[in-house]
Design a binder for this molecule. Structure first.
Ligand code: NI
Length: 221
């Protein structure tokens, strides 16, 4: 299951974040430095120097926005968000077809996310293309919105044709590693919340809540 967090960042935070990324304080490094050995040949972008205090400050803002988002909590069941990096792609730059590593320094990658930071009109090309059995899905969101998708998918970023594409990407270790299990849990959780809103904790709520909780106990690690 993939899901979109609309306006994860409000416009004031977004504008300030983008200004910081485009300021002279920002140091950009070749993206290949953090790619796995197989993805290194296809990764052609730049990313913000991770050891710089600017990175830490901006990454903390993105992580906090994710942590506070109810849909993110319910659908991703996060243990930790890790590996966040800010990427920048100009004309001719992109990221060829690859799958994200299963394990990274920060933990297991169960879910991947891309937070779009540039206005879609500020660049051409640069769609995130996710491969699914039904075909390739192109994702190109409003600035401040994010897509979260299973890290099991092959994906790529098509080359930017003009302008500047800024994004933040990162990974989530989930309590539930299996994407199908997460989806079932999310449906049950959504259903029990609707019931609770309408009726409080009556019999149907209690039973669905019990199923949700016991499946989480069984599938979670
Ligand atoms: Ni990737």
């Amino acid at each position: 299951m993939r899901f979109v967090l609309d306006q994860l960042l409000d416009s004031a935070v977004l504008i300030q974040l983008r200004q910081s990324l485009l300021s002279s304080e920002a140091q950009w490094r070749p993206g290949q430095e953090t790619a796995g050995w197989h993805a290194r040949h296809v990764k052609h972008n730049r990313q913000l120097e991770r050891s710089h205090p600017l990175h830490q400050r901006l990454a903390a803002q993105v992580n906090a926005a994710l942590e506070a988002h109810p849909l993110f909590q319910a659908a991703a069941l996060p243990v930790r968000i890790h590996g966040l990096l800010f990427s920048r792609s100009g004309p001719g730059e992109g990221y060829g077809r690859h799958v994200d590593n299963a394990f990274m320094a920060g933990g297991r990658a169960d879910l991947s996310f891309t937070l779009f930071l540039s206005d879609p009109h500020a660049y051409e090309g640069g769609s995130l293309l996710l491969e699914a059995p039904a075909g390739e899905e192109a994702v190109r969101l409003a600035a401040g919105s994010a897509i979260i998708y299973p890290s099991t998918l092959l994906h790529r970023v098509e080359p930017v044709q003009s302008g500047d594409r800024l994004a933040a990407v990162g990974w989530v270790q989930s309590r539930v590693r299996d994407a199908d299990h997460r989806e079932l849990l999310f449906d049950l959780d959504t259903a029990r919340r609707h019931l609770f809103e309408r009726q409080g904790n009556r019999e149907p709520f209690d039973l669905i809540s019990r199923s949700y909780t016991n499946l989480l106990r069984r599938w979670g690690d």
